[in-house]
Design a protein around this ligand. Structure first.
Ligand SMILES: C[S@@+](CC[C@H](N)C(=O)[O-])C[C@H]1O[C@@H](n2cnc3c(N)ncnc32)[C@H](O)[C@@H]1O
Length: 239
């Protein structure tokens, strides 16, 4: 029953997203991401990351679903960054740049965040929003599918945030491992592992001897009831 309810909730979100996209595609109304962009890019929000996050969160809670990590899980992401103090972060899935801002505002002076986004539209919107936040100096946004961009990466990472399409978490994490792009003790922070019932990914990080993995239960972004969770896995290449 629980699983059925979860499936129905997820189906509702996906169908709403498709409907919203089609209605906007055929010019009946503005794309909701363009509405959010216009609300964010106002003078009062310039160089004010918190005001930008608040604008996006307000839209997500009160107007329509947005697929960014949201305020509750966003704080967990920020805490994980503060704890790890990474030199080099990688983010898969950018959307509006919301989580990029949450990561960037916690980086040390010489640290960098590389973010990969497949959609041209979201890539462009995130550029404008992160620039407006004043945090783009330590940001390297890259356009393309993660599986195409990852083999071109030259540096190793000590924090990876997985938040792109859910069926690609596992293959992209394995690609990072095979290409030796993970530093020892790298933190892999994976969102939505309950919402999308990510059994394959969870079995992999929980059963593998090179990861120590812990689960943090949460609610889904912009929901007070729908269960979700984060899986935080530490890579230890010598185990
Ligand atoms: C859940 S949203 C990301 C939300 C963002 N991390 C945040 O919390 O603000 C997922 C994003 O991943 C992008 N995406 C999906 N598959 C991808 C892939 N294979 N490579 C790169 N980006 C991808 C989508 O276009 C979408 O913008």
């Amino acid at each position: 029953m629980k699983n059925l309810n979860r499936l129905l909730d997820l189906a509702k979100i996906v169908l709403n997203e498709i409907f919203d996209y089609l209605v906007s595609y055929f010019g009946v109304k503005k794309f909701k991401v363009d509405t959010v962009k216009d609300l964010v890019l106002v003078k009062d929000n310039k160089n004010n990351p918190q005001a930008i996050l608040d604008t996006i969160d307000h839209f997500g809670w009160n107007r329509a679903f947005l697929m960014n990590i949201g305020d509750e899980k966003g704080l967990l992401l920020e805490n994980a960054i503060k704890e790890k103090k990474p030199n080099n972060c990688l983010e898969l899935g950018v959307y509006l740049g919301y989580s990029s801002i949450r990561i960037l505002r916690n980086l040390n002076e010489n640290s960098m965040l590389t973010s990969i986004e497949a959609s041209n539209k979201y890539y462009e919107i995130s550029q404008e929003i992160v620039s407006h936040s004043g945090l783009s100096d330590q940001w390297k946004p890259l356009k393309g599918k993660a599986k195409t961009v990852i083999p071109l990466l030259k540096e190793k990472y000590d924090f990876v945030f997985l938040d792109h399409w859910k069926d690609e978490y596992l293959s992209d994490l394995r690609a990072l491992q095979c290409l030796e792009l993970l530093n020892d003790e790298a933190v892999i922070f994976a969102d939505n592992v309950v919402l999308f019932n990510m059994e394959d990914y969870l079995s992999y990080v929980r059963d593998s001897s090179v990861f120590k993995s812990k689960f943090v239960p949460t609610k889904r972004e912009y929901s007070k009831t729908q269960p979700d969770g984060i899986e935080i896995s530490i890579f230890n290449k010598d185990d």
